[in-house]
Write a protein that binds this ligand. Structure first.
Ligand code: HEM
Length: 410
């Protein structure tokens, strides 16, 4: 029994780590309630597909966190002398968003990204060789986690030996991107620790940028420095902020796509056998994973004006949370939505839509497709050792923390 308004209880249960292994029944309950305001809070949830589309397309649904009083950011932390956040274009509206995104977009087009396929295949095969030699394999620790960080480090021009430190910072900092957690302050990361991670990460990129300035390479950071030096296209702070964004966005999401997909395949080995027989099925399996178990479960917007969306009265400053994970199992759109079915038309919102559509989508798709097809081709009779697996402690970034696997041979 609760005296909380309808919807708040379900939402709080969603945030409860006890429900991490399978949040989908709760998401279905939230979806059945339709769009809803969380009690008296300046927070509105959108849970079905068409309502999420209406938010994504609304010109007054913005990303600038300065538009809300809601504590979306913990920076600067009053208890530390942290220098605060650097500009990240994920949180900028036009015209700054357009200018910064354009500078890096070139590096992420499907054509540019396709050239990385041989290198990604080599990295995956090397991982599988190591697992074969070790006789044990954790699909998260050994494959899903190191692959995206190595690829984004190589793209940016970060020495791969520094990957571990960057992983630690990015894991900590991605927690502050969790608006679901922020809305209850239930399990936000320790602000002092967060501030330390962000300071260290930004200092790291400052040092690296100083080195690349005198000794440029063929990497994205050197290209951004050239843009900085050629005029006022981006400021020094924007340069450093963009590196941080690419590291975190490129790292903390793709790991979950690979982990969630391997989990789905192991739970229904018919799909695994089909993929083993036909590696060209990998893209369909990736798309269905993005629908069925999205690595990014939700995205926030902030209302820049009073308005009405999906029949809801929205006030300026309200936080609008689009629960993609609920929308993508909307039975209006997907027959038998709780079934993992790579054969279906899996249109989805897992990469967002519109101006902020995921810049790294082609890269994430390619990394995942190669990881899955090589896994299926090489690992003989893989079996999950723990089901359900432990999950990462996020509401938004959803994926297994570990996937230990038994196998006959690799
Ligand atoms: C934006 C998901 C991988 C870079 C986004 C957004 C989503 C998303 C939902 C939009 C957020 C919003 O509208 O508020 C994912 C998923 C991934 C993934 C599910 C993997 C499976 C990557 C990778 C990179 C990347 C590999 C880069 C290397 C970005 C950037 C943005 C973004 C820079 C901000 C775009 C903008 O604001 O214009 N991503 N992402 N992402 N993503 Fe990804």
């Amino acid at each position: 029994a609760t005296d909380r308004p309808l919807g708040v209880a379900e939402y709080l249960s969603l945030i409860d780590p006890a429900n991490r292994a399978n949040p989908y029944p709760l998401l279905a309950e939230l979806r059945a309630l339709g769009p809803l305001r969380l009690g008296t809070a300046p927070v509105v949830l959108f849970t079905n597909y068409d309502d999420c589309l209406s938010v994504l397309r609304h010109p007054d649904a913005r990303v600038d966190r300065g538009l809300t009083e809601f504590p979306l950011s913990q920076f600067p932390d009053p208890r530390s002398d942290a220098r605060g956040e650097k500009p990240s274009f994920l949180f900028l509206d036009p015209p700054d968003h357009t200018r910064l995104r354009r500078l890096v977009a070139q590096a992420f087009t499907p054509r540019t990204v396709r050239q990385l396929a041989p290198r990604i295949t080599e990295l995956v095969d090397r991982t599988l060789d190591r697992a074969a030699a070790a006789g044990q394999f954790d699909a998260v620790a050994d494959l899903a986690y190191p692959l995206p960080v190595t690829v984004i480090c190589e793209l940016l021009g970060v020495p791969v030996a520094d990957g571990d430190r960057l992983s630690e910072w990015s894991a900590l900092m991605s927690r502050r991107l969790d608006p679901a957690a922020r809305s209850t302050a239930a399990f936000a990361a320790d602000p002092t620790e967060l501030a330390r991670a962000s300071d260290e990460m930004y200092s790291y990129f400052e040092d690296l940028a100083a080195r690349r300035r005198t000794d440029p390479g063929p990497d994205l950071l050197s290209q951004l420095i050239a843009a900085e030096e050629s005029g006022d296209k981006l400021t020094h702070d924007e340069l450093i902020g963009t590196c941080g964004l690419l590291l975190i966005a490129g790292h903390e999401t793709t790991v979950n796509l690979i982990g969630n997909a391997i989990l789905a395949l192991l739970r229904d080995p018919r799909h695994l056998a089909a993929l083993r027989a036909d590696p060209d099925l990998a893209p369909a399996i990736v798309e269905e994973t993005l629908r069925y178990d999205p690595p990014v479960q939700l995205a926030p917007r902030i209302a820049a004006a009073d308005m009405r969306i999906a029949g809801m009265d929205i006030r300026r400053g309200d936080l609008l949370i689009m629960l993609f994970a609920a929308a993508q199992r909307d039975p209006q759109l997907y027959p038998d939505p709780d079934r993992f079915d790579p054969g279906r038309d899996a249109r989805h919102l897992a990469f967002g839509l519109g101006a902020h559509f995921c810049l790294g989508a082609p890269l994430a798709r390619l990394e995942a497709a190669i990881a899955l097809s090589r896994f299926a081709a090489r690992v003989e009779r893989p079996r999950l050792l723990v089901d359900p697996p432990p999950y990462r402690d996020h509401v938004n970034l959803r994926g297994p923390a570990a996937l230990p696997i038994a196998f006959d041979a690799i």
